[in-house]
Design a protein around this ligand. Structure first.
Ligand code: ZN
Length: 111
């Protein structure tokens, strides 16, 4: 099944991304510890805080993406897959091809 392959490929890629971001986050934390950072008075400390917040946001988004892909994989093969969660109409195949994790049709706001 093609969608399944696409979803599994996306899941693998997203998990690699999560792992890379986790390493990056750990690296920033280690650098911050070594620099005797004082977030309020040390300008470098503030930069580290900003970087951590950015990586943390990316990490959260990537983890949410893995969960989305998992949910799509769970729906795949069931009657719920490819059906809009809002209006109950079938989601067009072109849209599922572009976005296999879609739970809504375009008029209902995508997702
Ligand atoms: Zn809809």
């Amino acid at each position: 099944m093609e969608e399944r392959d696409r979803l599994l490929a996306e899941r693998a890629a997203t998990e690699l991304r999560v792992a890379a971001l986790e390493r990056e986050f750990a690296g920033i934390a280690a650098a911050a510890e070594g620099s005797n950072g004082d977030d309020e008075h040390d300008p470098e400390g503030a930069t580290v805080g900003f970087e951590r917040a950015q990586v943390s946001a990316l990490l959260e988004r990537s983890r949410a993406r893995v969960a989305e892909v998992d949910a799509a994989l769970a729906r795949l093969g069931s009657a719920a897959y490819g059906v809009c969660a809002s209006c109950g109409r079938p989601i067009p195949p072109e849209r599922l091809e572009a976005r296999p994790t879609a739970t809504r049709c375009v008029p209902c706001g995508g997702g």
